[in-house]
Design a protein around this ligand. Structure first.
Ligand code: ADP
Length: 427
């Protein structure tokens, strides 16, 4: 690199000195003559031209690479040090960090990415998807590209489980983060097994106790009649809790449910009859179906989820209230099964937690109504397994609407409809 020189340039100076010496020699030999005058003039023209060229070059260099001031040099050193710190910190993270460019090629990765994803420095250039081809993560990158995926095997070591997040940033860049959740995943498995085993173990003794209680006739011991009634009710509640826990455990371990054609029109009628039976004339119950579309899914599980919502509407709506069971299609091809009631309603702070196990707005109200606190949790799981979602809208004192928004690929045209069946996506 060329630096600006504040002193007189050495080249032109040498020419000037040489010119003067030559002129002195010429004067000494020939006296003051045209020769000595010519030497001095020629030398000065060369010196001047050199100086102009040198100044221009110096000026150009100075413009291109300005000399940093001591302050700027210190700032630059600080920035470089910070950059190294950030890179070292990202390099030392236990999570795999991979920086991808707009075409999905790997720009940079840390040591954990080698351990968890198997990325190595020696790898040839290429997109991350190609490098991870054949692994579940590679397939996810190729097809889903959803923002995050939980619990998938690590490409470098399938015994490890990963939670992966893909974040866009900057100009079309993306950051892939993969966290080792093996311990968490194992604990979750232990919890699931524990709940399933306990529920299973409790099932038989509870059935026996309930059976004996049913055999006892309250008229034989009239003074114990109220106690007996309470015991029967509580043992029935315990059995229901155990059954719901077992249902949840089974749903949690399922990757997919059977794909059957569910005719919604007769199912809506069945749900209405069930609601009537539960309500025993206390509510006005109607069906509003603007669509005759069918569903692709598990008849048993969808029926159980929908009837859970209907039963909640009956249980949490005071006598004289209205319940509307709805079925419609949306403009973007989804279909919505809904249950609207004019009941107690739920305040906003409870809504987000409503599908948690045993979460109740009011435990006394739930217990009185014979609830287990597991119904909505089951509904959410069933819908997840149908790639669909539960939407809850409610206002205290005015009622609630629980909507099952069924994914478009799950919606089938009515049976006698001539048009071709809706595209079904693979599970
Ligand atoms: P539970 O068996 O207690 O009814 P769920 O999981 O079905 O359990 O519902 C969780 C809680 O949500 C209930 O305890 C109740 O407080 C509230 N809830 C559910 N459905 C309704 C509804 N239609 N109206 C008002 N509150 C409701």
């Amino acid at each position: 690199m060329r630096h600006a020189n504040p002193g007189f340039p050495t080249g032109p100076a040498a020419v000037l000195v040489a010119t003067l010496v030559l002129a002195a020699v010429a004067t000494a030999v020939w006296g003051l003559s045209w020769w000595s005058f010519g030497v001095v003039l020629g030398g000065q023209i060369i010196t001047l031209a050199w100086l102009v060229v040198d100044m221009k070059a110096t000026d150009r260099d100075a413009k291109n690479v300005p000399l940093p001031s001591p302050d700027q040099r210190q700032k630059r050193r600080r920035l470089v040090a910070q950059l190294h710190d950030v890179r070292d910190a990202a390099g030392a993270l236990p999570d795999a960090v991979v920086l991808l460019d707009a075409r999905g090629n790997v720009r940079w990765f840390n040591a954990a990415a080698t351990r968890l994803l198997g990325l190595r420095e020696r790898h040839p250039e290429g997109s991350l998807t190609r490098r991870l081809a054949g692994s579940e993560l590679g397939t996810w990158l190729q097809t889903d590209m959803a923002e995050s995926a939980t619990d998938m095997p690590a490409p470098a070591d399938p015994s490890l489980r990963l939670s992966v997040t893909l974040m866009p940033f900057g100009a079309h860049l993306r950051l892939l983060l993969a966290r080792d959740i093996s311990t968490l995943s194992r604990l979750e498995q232990v919890r699931r097994d524990f709940v399933a085993n306990v529920s299973h173990e409790l099932r038989t003794p509870l059935t026996v106790i309930h059976g004996y209680l049913e055999l006892l006739d309250p008229t034989d011991v009239p003074e114990l009649a109220p106690v007996l009634g309470e015991m029967r009710m509580q043992s029935q509640r315990m059995r229901q809790i155990v059954e719901d826990l077992l249902t949840l455990s089974r749903l949690e371990t399922r990757e997919a449910l059977p794909d059957e054609e569910v005719a919604m029109v007769p199912l809506l009628e069945t749900l209405r009859r069930e609601a009537e039976a539960l309500s025993r004339g206390r509510h006005g119950i109607t069906v509003e179906a603007s669509s005759r579309a069918r569903l692709r899914g598990s008849i048993h599980h969808l029926h159980s989820a929908f009837s859970n919502l209907v039963s909640n509407a009956v249980r949490y709506t005071p006598s004289g209230g209205e319940i509307v069971i709805g079925w419609r299609q949306t403009a973007d091809g989804e279909a919505v099964f809904s249950v609207r009631d004019s009941g107690l309603g739920i305040s906003a702070e409870h809504l987000v937690r409503l599908t948690e196990r045993f979460y109740r707005v009011s435990s006394s109200r739930s217990r009185e109504s014979g609830g287990t606190g597991l119904g909505l949790s089951i509904v959410k799981h069933v819908l997840n397994l149908h790639q669909s979602r539960l939407v809850i809208e409610s206002e205290p004192g005015r009622g609630s609407t629980f909507s099952c928004v069924m994914e478009a690929s799950r919606v089938l045209p009515p049976e006698n409809d001539g048009s071709s069946r809706a595209e079904a996506s693979p599970d």
